[in-house]
Design a protein around this ligand. Sequence first.
Ligand SMILES: Nc1ncnc2c1ncn2[C@@H]1O[C@H](COP(=O)(O)OP(=O)(O)OP(=O)(O)O)[C@@H](O)[C@H]1O
Ligand SMILES: NC(=O)c1ccc[n+]([C@@H]2O[C@H](COP(=O)(O)O)[C@@H](O)[C@H]2O)c1
Length: 172
Amino acid sequence: MTRGFYIGRFQPYHNGHHSVVETISEEVDELVLGIGSAGDSHTRHDPFTAGERIMMITKSLVDSDLVTYAVPIEDLDRNSVWVSHVQSMSPEFDVAYSNNPLVIQLFKEAGVEVRQSPMFNRDVLEGTEVRDRMVEGGDWEKLVPEPVTEVIEESGGIERIQRVSQTDSNGV
Ligand SMILES: Nc1ncnc2c1ncn2[C@@H]1O[C@H](COP(=O)(O)OP(=O)(O)OP(=O)(O)O)[C@@H](O)[C@H]1O
Ligand SMILES: NC(=O)c1ccc[n+]([C@@H]2O[C@H](COP(=O)(O)O)[C@@H](O)[C@H]2O)c1
């Protein structure tokens, strides 16, 4: 039995993340999805709460054969103990998946096996691109699994990200 760990901010969970999970599902029996920066929400960079991100992931993976667990992981000021913090919050795992250089470095230093996944359609499948489209009224829905659009609609997510992206100046 192999259990993997895939960490991301998932702001929001998009089709690139979903393809990564599909790829990982061929290598592991169970997967923990670590919801990074769990305490952050209501900003342009991190609009959605940990709870909303749990809903996006749970509903998107409901038909998957893979056993998955979504675990919120808050940020720490101290990178040197971050892996212990992750391990203290997560079901035990055998291998970590990330393409983030800092995350890879921290896991390797802690003796955890790290695997990288290929990038899928990265020119558009990037959280920043999805959020830009949400703010600018562009077509973001096709970049995310359908259940994610429902969660965002239910939480008033588009109005939220548009409002928090405004400045408080009146243009002068
Ligand atoms: N299109 C993609 N294909 C493969 N991996 C991806 C893709 N998009 C993100 N990832 C990887 O998934 C992990 C989590 O990504 P993250 O939640 O930061 O999303 P992001 O799309 O990189 O977002 P942002 O633009 O908000 O930083 C990272 O390791 C990232 O490299
Ligand atoms: N010191 C820390 O709290 C620390 C260190 C490394 C990664 N992280 C988090 O892990 C996640 C990594 O995800 P991304 O690959 O999506 O950036 C982010 O939420 C990031 O803040 C936190």
